[in-house]
Write a protein that binds this ligand. Structure first.
Ligand code: NDP
Length: 387
């Protein structure tokens, strides 16, 4: 019987919800491109409820305990002697989330003698040392596509909110003001602007599709070109790299994985080549941008705004400069953890566990590392010597 260790973010400060804003979720069976949403044999939770925090337990307890497995759920992951560190030593399966990552470093993987499976209840397994997982024969899987559209919607929201100066204008209302000139002195229309994405995979392409009706010029760079029909349909301009693309853009959105090629990409040098007053939205991974260079670019006016939901480390310390830099629209790491996304990643985690316990193959699109090598979607998206 397996011990499953699940690291989730804390419950709301005022307690686990008893009621919800809405009664149901739209039913979605397929993602764009045809992949089906998770297909577990059953679920023991109500879609639309808070599953990603400690008391939500990803809806897994009944499923696991009724089959004789044990489940430990904690949010305590970073301090010396954390519950995560204590429980890891004999855990067979670790479940973590990019929003509240339990960093599975090489050191921790070495200490986790029984560890066989690391599941990301979400997308993005860069909190796992993939080299160490490969060396130890640990399988790494994630719930591919579960929250890609959720993130794309967040990117669109942040783009509009920065360009139109939404958050400071809302603040004037909260403060009792009616300061129209203060609100609009930094407010523009998106229409006619040039918008570029670094990477046009699931999220990047969904952002392009969602922004096309705004009558903007659309640009992208990616290691692989999109089909010609898609380029034509959306009127896309492809660029060989980020350096070639960003000087043309008023808005840049980052939708590439974190790996050695992208780490620190948006530093002083690249930022200096952007149009003065460009906006940068990063919901991919914080380390793709240089923390202090972003702060400097906002203060100098080189960037007119920066928004995103990814930080390093997570949770971000209280004195993280991105909390206080000017003209930012940061949120905590929430874009991929809407209640809608939670229902999918909880179901996907259950599907992965069902297959694992039954000894049947995991869906190829969920695999990152398997049998001592990058596998499935991981073989395409990740490189060894991950950051
Ligand atoms: P996909 O794998 O679908 O797409 C990533 C794309 O990036 C691929 O087309 C890939 O090209 C391309 N790429 C890789 N390296 C580069 C590079 N150096 N320059 C340009 N393009 C590059 O991933 P998703 O769209 O699903 O997700 C993108 C990232 O967003 C994830 O890696 C993750 O870090 C982040 N994410 C954030 C979430 C959040 O909650 N904020 C939730 C989900 C994901 P190729 O095909 O050649 O590999």
């Amino acid at each position: 019987m397996a011990k499953v260790l699940c690291v989730l973010y804390d419950d709301p400060v005022d307690g686990y919800p008893k009621t919800y804003a809405r009664d149901d979720l739209p039913r979605i069976d397929h993602y764009p491109g045809g992949q089906t949403t998770p297909t577990p044999q059953g679920i023991d939770f109500t879609p639309g409820q808070l599953l990603g925090s400690v008391s939500g337990e990803l809806g897994l307890r009944t499923f696991l305990e009724s089959r004789g497995h044990s489940l430990v759920v904690t949010s305590d992951k970073d301090r010396d002697g954390s519950v995560f560190d204590q429980e890891l030593v004999d855990a067979d399966v670790v479940i973590s989330q990019p929003f509240w990552p339990a960093y599975l470093t090489a050191e921790r993987i070495a200490k986790a003698e029984n560890l066989k499976l690391a599941i990301t209840a979400g997308i993005g397994s860069d909190h796992v040392d993939l080299d160490a997982a490969i060396a130890k024969g640990v399988t790494v899987a994630e719930v591919t596509y579960c929250n890609s559209i959720s993130v794309a919607e967040h990117v669109v929201m942040m783009t509009l909110s920065l360009v139109r100066n939404y958050l400071p204008s809302h603040q004037w209302v909260l403060d009792g003001g009616w300061n129209i000139a203060d609100c609009v002195a930094r407010s523009y229309d998106l229409e006619g602007m040039q918008v570029g994405t670094v990477a046009a995979g699931r999220i990047g392409l969904a952002v392009l599709r969602r922004l096309a009706p705004f009558d903007v010029g659309l640009h992208y760079t990616d290691r692989h070109r999109l089909p010609e029909a898609v380029e034509q349909e959306l009127g896309l301009t492809w660029h060989a790299g980020a350096a070639e693309m960003v000087p043309h853009c008023d808005v840049v959105t980052i939708n590439a994985p974190l790996h050695p090629e992208t780490e620190g990409l948006f530093g002083d040098e690249l930022l200096a080549t952007m149009k003065r007053g460009a906006y940068l939205i990063n919901t991919a991974r914080a380390k793709i941008a240089d923390r202090d260079a972003i702060d400097r670019a906002l203060r100098s006016g080189q960037l007119a705004g920066y928004a995103g939901d990814v930080w390093y480390p997570q949770p971000a310390p209280a004195d993280h400069p991105w909390r206080t830099m000017p003209h930012h629209g940061m949120t905590p790491h929430i874009s991929g953890s809407s209640l809608s996304a939670q229902a999918r990643y909880a179901a996907g985690t259950r599907e992965i566990l069902e297959s694992w316990f039954a000894g049947t193959p995991l869906r190829d699109e969920y695999l990152i590392v398997d049998k001592g090598a990058l596998a499935g979607v991981g073989a395409h998206s990740y490189s060894v010597k991950n950051t």
